[in-house]
Write a protein that binds this ligand. Structure first.
Ligand code: ATP
Ligand code: MG
Length: 402
């Protein structure tokens, strides 16, 4: 039997004690109170621990009915069974109207009380189940809204990116042309030549930033069919680090690699995995202080391969954990970050059936954890494509569009 916590409320000590002992013998857990006031206090002190209140109606001070009304007003996760005087049905009916589960007339038949308690508990379990279901549904709905919002934002922004590319190219051309004109001899005399040149520089910087954003967005959606091949993660990590050599040197950073794997072979899309690695490595480099260290750890865990990227940089405030995965969220200078790196990296990992998670403490550092899905791990013993593998392939192929 499930553990049922009962609060027994009766002002007659001897009667209450006898009833308690009998209920204990039947396997219930018991709290006791000698008045309505004490009953409310115990409920307040033991929130979430109680299930059923067995409540005497006739008590000095706060009556049973009054106590019941207060319970029902404040606590929706309790059922109340009333104990009324002999043949006092009007009290019982008033109690049911006030929300009691049922009432029993004294003298109480203990088995009768025990079965009423179980019925009341069943009702409680049903209500709790329904509540949990509702909560879960709400959470799923929220998640779906968020996913849809992101998906439509993705489609919308890539559409805009396409449209913006042409005017950007025209602006860039025109700025370059104006610069050429300003370099001509006859132009050296015109007033505020310097200001004009500076304004043109600003236009070019702005155009470059806008182009970076459009290219990142377009790069993400352009490739609609995934190129799936065998990847040696260790090699891919080294190759990706090669691309960052100058950033790493400029900051005098040390990269420590801990590899606890016999084979780091997975089947996936190397271009996309490289994009994720590049984003994460670059973020860690940008966050690190000079002469800092970045630790990369590659290990097996329940047949998944996990890569963690740990830095000891400025860290991320907890309230930003969600935001950093949203498009265009960046704390970097206007010309340094587009805020798309993590958004795209997470989308890629989820599409490939893996995960990208973060943990961080401000001023201590951050750990980004990439989980490569179990079925993406290449099994040396089977050289043929397994059905699991075929499923993964289909999943990747089918979900490459955003
Ligand atoms: N390792 C890290 N340490 C501290 N903050 C980080 C780290 N990685 C990401 N962040 C925070 O998350 C934000 C979003 O990162 P994200 O990679 O999405 O964009 P970004 O790096 O700003 O720009 P880009 O699009 O060029 O990558 C960053 O601006 C930064 O505030
Ligand atoms: Mg980034």
């Amino acid at each position: 039997m499930e553990n049922i916590n009962i609060l027994l409320v009766d002002d007659e000590n001897s009667y209450r004690n006898i009833l308690s002992k009998r209920l204990l013998k039947r396997g219930f857990s018991l709290f006791q109170a000698e008045s309505g006031e004490k009953c409310l206090q115990i409920i307040k002190d033991n929130k979430n621990k109680l299930d059923i209140v067995v409540l005497d109606i006739k008590m000095p001070g706060l009556s049973g009915i009054e106590t019941l009304k207060q319970i029902k007003k404040k606590y929706f996760d309790l059922e109340v069974i009333l104990l009324t005087g002999h043949s006092s049905t009007t009290d019982g009916i008033e109690g049911i109207k006030a929300g009691a589960f049922d009432y029993l007339s004294k003298p109480i038949e203990i088995d009768h009380l025990a079965s009423k308690i179980k019925q009341a508990f069943d009702k409680l379990l049903w209500i709790r189940g329904k509540r949990e279901e509702k909560k879960l549904k709400l959470k799923m709905e929220e998640q779906m809204v968020a996913t849809e919002r992101l998906a439509s934002l993705g489609t919308l922004s890539t559409g805009i990116a396409h449209e913006i590319n042409n005017p950007l190219a025209i602006i860039n051309e025109a700025a370059g042309f104006m610069k050429l004109i300003l370099e001509k001899k006859e132009m050296l005399q015109i007033p505020r030549l310097n200001d004009l040149n500076m304004a043109l520089d600003k236009i070019e910087i702005g155009v470059e930033r806008a182009s970076r954003i459009t290219h990142t967005l377009l790069g993400f959606v352009k490739k609609q069919t995934a190129v799936v091949s065998k990847i040696d993660l260790k090699l891919l990590i080294d190759e990706t680090l090669e691309l960052l050599v100058s950033d790493i040197k400029n900051r005098d950073l040390k990269i420590e690699k801990n590899i606890y794997l016999s084979t780091g072979i997975i089947w996936s899309d190397p271009y996309e995995i490289r994009q994720v690695l590049l984003n994460l490595f670059l973020n860690a480099v940008h966050a690190s202080k000079k002469k800092g260290i970045i630790i990369l750890t590659l290990e097996d865990c329940d047949n998944n391969i996990i890569l963690t990227i740990q830095d000891f940089g400025h860290g991320i405030p907890k309230e930003n954990f969600k935001k950093i995965f949203e498009p265009f969220f960046t704390t970097k200078d206007v010309n340094k970050g587009t805020g798309l790196g993590l958004f795209i990296s997470r989308r890629i990992m989820e599409k490939l059936g893996g995960k990208l998670e973060v943990n961080s403490d401000v001023e201590i550092g951050s750990i980004f954890k990439i989980t490569f899905l179990k079925v993406n791990v290449f099994d040396n013993t089977k050289n043929e494509e397994s059905s699991l593998w075929a499923n993964v392939l289909n999943k990747i192929k089918g979900e490459t569009k955003i």
